[in-house]
Design a protein around this ligand. Structure first.
Ligand code: NAP
Length: 201
């Protein structure tokens, strides 16, 4: 299955397909991982850059969570159920290091999109608590992916292990797809757990 995160009109059909796979078990773990980084500084950033990064990294995860909510609600009374938003240290306001040279220092589109995702996470956590659904965000660290770049500090597997360590008690039995970078490695590592099985080619 493929999903363009900003093609909201396709979500109802996507949810139907997921529902056909998970049945009355619902979804116990939703990892909103897809993201882009528009690395523009003050001299070059445009309104279009800002809106594009905000849409992919902030609006799309919110809309997808909303669309999949009925399936999360089916799971929640039966077992631990969580939404994990993959954020970034770059979204932290206190993390803005003023000391140059730091190419990420004022990367407006990416940083603000992750700050917005953090707030979306907090609001969702409050709204979904009465339904028994946990909502958290976490940063995987600076990893060597297309987005992180080849000079990043950590291997993808290191960051993914850290993420999985945090959520390991919530790993779903059925794993739905993945993408490149962190997403693909997440699926690979989940598949090494004894109870996980891949439900989709
Ligand atoms: N790498 C790091 O150092 C780092 C650090 C902190 C946080 N993160 C976060 O980790 C997450 C994964 O990043 P990554 O490093 O694995 O990057 P990546 O290798 O560039 O992978 C990003 C993935 O997101 C998918 N994607 C982008 N826009 C999409 C859209 N509109 N709809 C559906 N899928 C879309 C891409 O799909 P395609 O393959 O089709 O392009 C790609 O598979 C991101 O949220 C990123 O902000 C990464």
């Amino acid at each position: 299955m493929q999903l363009e995160g900003t093609n909201y009109n396709s979500f109802p059909e996507f949810v139907k397909q997921v529902e056909a796979i998970v049945g009355d078990q619902g979804i116990d773990t939703l990892i909103n991982n897809a993201g882009i980084a528009i690395k523009k500084l003050l001299d070059s950033v445009t309104a279009e850059d800002m809106l594009k990064n905000f849409e992919v990294n902030s609006v799309a995860p919110l809309m997808l969570t909303k669309a999949l909510l009925p399936l999360l609600k089916i799971s929640a009374p039966k077992r631990k159920t969580a939404v994990i938003n993959i954020s970034s240290g770059q979204g932290s306001i206190t993390n803005v290091n003023p000391t140059p040279p730091n190419p990420w220092r004022s990367m407006y589109p990416y940083r603000t999109s992750k700050t917005a995702l953090n707030m979306i996470t907090k609001c969702l956590a409050v709204d979904l608590k009465p339904h028994g659904i946990h909502v958290i965000c976490m940063s995987p660290g600076h990893l060597k992916t297309d987005l992180g770049g080849p000079t990043a500090d950590l291997e993808v597997s290191t960051g993914v292990s850290g993420v999985l360590n945090v959520i390991k008690t919530q790993i779903t039995d059925d794993v739905l797809g993945g993408n490149r970078g962190i997403g693909l490695e997440l699926v690979r590592q989940v598949l090494t757990t004894t109870h996980a099985k891949h439900v989709n080619n």
